[in-house]
Design a protein around this ligand. Sequence first.
Ligand code: ZN
Length: 249
Amino acid sequence: MVARHDQTKDPRLQEQLLQARRGTAFFARKLNELTDAELDGGSLLPGWTRRHIVAHVGYNARAIARLIEWAATGVETPMYSSPEARNHEIEFGATLSPIALRHLFDHSAVHLNVEWRDLPADAWHHKVKTVQGRTVPAEETVWMRTREVWMHAVDLDNGATFNDIPAPVLERLLTDITGAWHTRGMDQGLLVKVTGTDLAFGDTRAANPTVISGPLAAVVEWAAGRGSGVTAVRKSAALHDAPAAPKWI
Ligand code: ZN
C-alpha cells in the first residue's frame, strides 16, 4: 500500500515541498493559459521559444526524479548523462506536438511529486550529485525544482512577473545568485540592497561600491539577468542605467 502523504515529518522540508508544489501549480497555470499556437512564441530566454521552456522544465523534473531514485536505492543515477545530452533533449522536446509537450510537463511533475512523497524520511539526507557536480543531500532537490518552476513561469513571457514569486523564494534565489558571483569573484564592488529591509548582498565590505537597490522582486529580477527595474548609484551619483548583472549560471 503506497502512502498518500509525505514520508518526511520535518516541518521545514514540508514547507519547502509546499513551495515547490505551489510553483509547479503556478507554472501549470501559466502554461495552460497559452494556446497551442502561442507555444511557438518567444520566451524571455534568448534563443528559446516557450516550447524550449516547457521541454526544459519537464525534463528537469525527470532529472530530479532520477536523483530521488538514487537517494532511495543507493544506485547512482545522474540527472543527465552529459551536458550535451541535456541540451539535445531540450532541442528535441521543443519539436514535440503541443499535446505531447503538455503531457511531458504534467506527467513529469506528477512523477517527481510521487518520488518525493514516497521517499523515506531518512533517505532525504542521502547524498546525490547535481548537474554542476555538487554533492548535496536529497532534500536540496526541492529547492532546485522550486527555483526552476517559479523563474521559468516568468520566462514563459505570459504575464507572470517576479512579484508573483513568494518572498522566501526570492530571498533564497538572491542568496544563491550572489553566492555564485562570490564563488567566481564577480561580486567585487557590487552591493545589492533590498529597499525597506536590512537585506544586503554581494560585496558588503567594499569602500565605494556600485549600489543596486529596489524592492525585493525587482532586485532579484535584475540579479537573475531578466530586468532593470532597479536603481544604481556609484559614488553618490545615480547611474542612468543599471549595469548588467554578472552571469550566475
Ligand atoms: Zn532552468
